[in-house]
Design a protein around this ligand. Structure first.
Ligand code: LM2
Ligand code: CA
Length: 606
């Protein structure tokens, strides 16, 4: 796919290259240090509508102790029907108006910020300030809020003189000047040295701060000269008093390479640490995690690093371990939340197949659908790690100790006397007695459940004389901490045996019940991304059956690997082999067991 090239090349350019170069930056007060203490976990609700984020703050993020949401860019963006309304429209600003994006209106945005704040959750905005639009498939407006524009001409905001003179793509990534003054994938590069441009960007960011936004991810930060970004950040107003009233939290997207290291930007704010992403992802993908107590060693100091297993770019351009890897990926995100290095950023994705331009579930006019975590394509993998956010918050300030490992795919460690966690990145269960620093008591396992308002909905373990014995499932974890003391509230539901989806089943007996009206002679099949579902080939799909009593419900069974995430659709097959696919996006599901290693997936033809 042509669209993959620019970012793929960019990522390839940094692979294996050590972080280097601390270039002198005009000294500035590092007023933007990482939020310390509890509630610093960031979740990236990639492409979610503002209203859906507000709901998630109230129902899930606040109660489980998430600190902040990274939201997709809120400014007016290009609209590209000819390319199927790709997700990356957002990274081509055409004005700084919040009035209408594919995710909602300014009023929706304001309501989201207020609702999340009341739930104790900050909003961090993805600030696209290095550039405006490109030429792309549509070179001119209107944008999502109706503004006219053309590349280098944004009426009432920027004109040609406000862009750098290079006016061509970055070609030599070893030339720092090119990286900062030429065009990233053909996007009009703002003259950020100009006081006028700095003021316009600061006006935009301060509009957001006035609404209650608490921080920013600076998109493409290393493409903005350090002094320019410093000058913009110094213009920022103080945040809402609920957030302490200081300067906004700033973390900068810096994909470090031999030309520009993270150290050039740490005087301005925190930075993304891509080497951590590569290290943790490879370790879990390979089942080689025994050395990870030292994760982060030699990288950007943890207090200045934002860390992640996958982000919206890497999951497309350079996937190592992503939501498509199911339980092993969830395990890596849980580990990140248990380990002390860096400020963790949890990913929340939607699925796509084939073209990685594919936008989120949307209506015909390209506006994004509300999120429904139980519906097709919204993965919502942050929910699978919600309990671990409480672990992260409770063990803050405690170092790693008492580590045990099998020397390969299994590792357990204490976080002082506040917590203990065990991780099993292998295909077989791990049973042993662990020695902790925990006071004796009954602890809720927050790797497999959550603990909210004193209610545990996961398994529990008895710590006695500082030890406990557990069977850590294949691709599973166990995590206990002093903030989650108590037994499972409903022993029938969570106290009996390992919880769903953690490797206790040889396979999940998956039954598909599809309501489909057919004419005589037609067959119904389930066709999807797993070999058991034909790997998208209708001829090899899972055949469903019906009879007079059951019709129009068609039923079939397949043994699916536990924890596998997959997509599928129903098809009708005529006697002559003609295939009719149902409408709409792919259905997506996870083969987790609802108990008894069996699961039923139900739906109706669309
Ligand atoms: C980022 N960080 O530095 C974002 O994380 C990344 O997702 C953005 O790229 C990038 N920088 C620019 O903000 C995405 C996407 C690109 C896409 C751009 C702009 O990964 O593929 O580029 O957004 O929408 C697209 C086309 C590209 C074309 C460009 C300009 O894919 O082929 O270049 O638009 O028209 C000629
Ligand atoms: Ca630039």
């Amino acid at each position: 796919m042509g669209v993959r090239r620019p970012l793929a090349a960019l990522l390839a350019a940094v692979l294996g290259v050590a972080v280097s170069l601390v270039s002198p930056v005009v000294a500035a007060s590092p007023a933007h240090a990482a939020p310390s203490g509890d509630r610093d976990v960031i979740v990236h609700l990639f492409q979610w509508r503002w209203q859906s984020i507000a709901e998630e703050c109230e129902t899930t993020l606040g109660p489980h102790g998430f600190g902040a949401v990274q939201v997709s860019p809120p400014q007016e963006h290009v609209v590209l029907p000819g390319e199927g309304y790709p997700w990356w429209q957002d990274y081509q600003p055409v004005s700084y108006r919040l009035d209408q994006t594919r995710r909602g209106t300014r009023a929706d945005f304001v309501d989201m910020v207020d609702t999340c704040r009341e739930a104790g959750v900050k909003i961090y905005v993805d600030a696209v300030i290095n550039h405006m639009s490109g030429t792309g498939s549509v070179g001119s407006g209107p944008g999502s809020a109706g503004s006219a524009y053309g590349k280098y001409e944004y009426p009432g905001l920027y004109q040609s003189q406000d862009f750098n003179d290079c006016r061509r793509d970055i070609s030599d990534w070893n030339d720092k000047w090119e990286v900062q003054y030429c065009e990233l994938v053909g996007l009009a590069d703002l003259r950020t040295s100009s006081p006028y441009v700095r003021d316009r960007i600061a006006d935009y960011l301060n509009d957001l701060v006035a609404i209650g936004v608490a921080g920013f991810r600076i998109d493409a930060a290393k493409h903005i000269p350090e002094a320019d970004l410093q000058a913009i950040v110094s213009r920022l107003d103080d945040v809402h008093p609920d957030w302490g009233g200081g300067k906004p939290y700033v973390f900068q997207e810096v994909i470090a390479d031999g030309t520009i290291g993270t150290g050039s930007y740490t005087p301005i704010g925190d930075v993304t640490e891509f080497q951590y992403h590569r290290d943790i992802s490879h370790a879990f993908a390979d089942g080689a995690i025994s050395h990870l107590t030292g994760l982060g060693g030699g990288l950007t100091p943890g207090a200045e690093a934002v860390v992640f297993v996958a982000n919206h770019d890497t999951q497309r351009n350079d996937p190592i371990l992503t939501h498509t890897d199911g339980a092993r990926y969830d395990l890596a995100q849980k580990f990140m939340l248990a380990h002390p290095y860096g400020t963790p950023k949890v990913m929340s994705s939607y699925t796509w197949s084939g073209d990685d331009r594919t936008g989120p579930p949307m209506s015909a006019d390209g506006t994004t659908d509300p999120t429904d975590c139980s519906a097709a394509r919204w993965v919502c993998e942050h929910r699978a790690v919600a309990g671990m956010v409480s672990f992260h918050n409770a063990v803050d300030g405690h170092g790693i100790g008492s580590a045990v490992t099998d020397g390969a795919g299994r590792l357990a460690f204490a976080r002082g006397s506040a917590g203990y966690a065990a991780f099993n990145a292998t295909d077989s269960a791990w049973t042993r007695t662990f020695t902790t620093g925990l006071p004796d008591g009954t602890y809720c396992d927050v790797a497999n459940g959550t603990f909210v308002d004193g209610v545990c909905d996961g398994p529990s373990y008895e710590v006695s004389g500082g030890t406990f014995t557990a069977t850590v499932a294949a691709d599973g974890a166990v995590a206990l901490h002093v903030g989650a003391v108590g037994e499972c509230a409903d022993p029938a539901g969570c106290g009996a045996g390992p919880p769903p989806g953690d490797g206790d089943c040889p396979a999940v007996a998956s039954r598909f019940d599809a309501t489909v009206t057919t004419w005589y002679g037609q067959e119904v099949r389930v066709v999807g991304s797993l070999p058991e579902l034909g790997s998208w080939n209708p001829a090899d799909g899972l055949r469903l059956h019906t009879d007079a009593a059951a019709y129009p419900v068609w039923t079939g069974q397949a043994a699916l690997p536990e924890g596998a995430r997959f997509e599928y659709k129903y098809v009708k097959v005529d006697p002559d082999g003609t295939v009719e696919w149902e409408n709409g996006g792919n259905r997506s599901a996870t083969a987790d067991d609802g108990g008894g290693c069996a699961r039923t997936f139900t739906g109706s033809w669309r």
